[in-house]
Design a binder for this molecule. Structure first.
Ligand code: SAH
Length: 257
């Protein structure tokens, strides 16, 4: 009787940890979000019950309380429960809330880390989040959260720092304004990484002032991450398919005028 909170990584099934795969193979119940790859669920035994708590088109997603109750119910019934979560369970994943629900019910919890979107996206786009010549601080922030406009992000960006924004598509215009109001240069490099570590990945590069236009003109869809900092503009592999096209480069110049 244990609830295992297992990080599934950003989408590529190859990025699941060995421990995660081992636990999936022993699961009686797999409680999962809408996952990028069904190959992960195939790792669970045939008899395992698969419960999709994510939003599927036309179906209502379970709310957090219902998810917690489901984990507790199956845990108390003595089943091996694997709660498979995108990325890492403890990075913007509500894994803390699920663990607390299990603690309160007296159910042992094991947490298996996963590759968070920031790490998966940085690797896939070949952007070093830290670099001795460019950045020694990296921060992860949620672009959608209570009281975004009042939050003080001023120390998190600028020279020598990298900011990674999760869930920032809808609020990209407010984010760009907020950071520039805090004094961040309008030509600070940014990258928007959509569907990182998945076959349909796109990496759009530009500058901070053009961030809202990049998101809207390119019709960027979730899941996507925004990375801001000098590391984004460091040399990259030649023949990189993700170099901004002429249009985006022109857009950046336009936005800075
Ligand atoms: N626990 C997850 C984050 C969940 S919040 C983790 O550690 O990665 C959901 C947000 O994560 C999305 O809105 C998006 O900003 C980011 N995200 C998750 N998977 C992603 C992917 N494959 N590519 C880009 N961003 C991703």
């Amino acid at each position: 009787m244990t609830v295992h909170l297992v990080g599934a990584g950003p989408g590529d099934p190859g990025l699941l940890t060995c421990r995660g795969a081992e636990l999936l193979a022993q699961a009686d119940v797999v409680v999962h979000d809408r996952l990028a790859s069904s190959r992960l669920l195939d790792l669970a035994p045939r008899h395992a019950v698969r419960i999709d708590v994510g939003k599927a088109p036309g179906h209502v997603a379970m709310d957090q309380q219902q998810i917690n109750a489901t984990l507790v119910e199956h845990g108390l019934a003595g089943r091996c429960v694997v709660r498979l979560k995108g990325g890492d369970p403890f990075v913007f994943g509500r894994g803390g809330e699920e663990a607390e629900a299990a603690y309160a019910a007296g159910i042992p919890v094991e947490v298996v880390p996963g590759i968070s979107a920031a790490n998966g996206a940085a690797a896939a786009a070949q952007i070093a989040l830290t670099h001795r010549d460019a950045s020694s601080i990296v921060s992860f922030v949620a672009g959608q959260c209570k009281g975004l406009s009042e939050q003080d992000w001023s120390g998190l960006t600028g020279k020598g720092r990298t900011l990674v924004i999760y869930m920032g598509l809808k609020t990209a215009p407010q984010i760009a304004d907020k950071l520039m109001a805090d004094g961040l240069a309008p030509d600070m490099p940014v990258a928007v990484i959509e569907n990182a570590a998945r076959p349909q990945m796109r990496v759009l590069r530009g500058v901070l002032a053009a961030l809202p236009e990049i998101v809207s003109r390119e019709r960027v869809t979730t899941p996507a991450l925004i990375v801001i900092g000098e590391v984004v503009a460091r040399p990259r592999q030649s023949g990189d398919l993700t170099t901004p096209d002429q249009e985006l480069a022109a857009l950046a110049v336009e936005a800075m005028q």
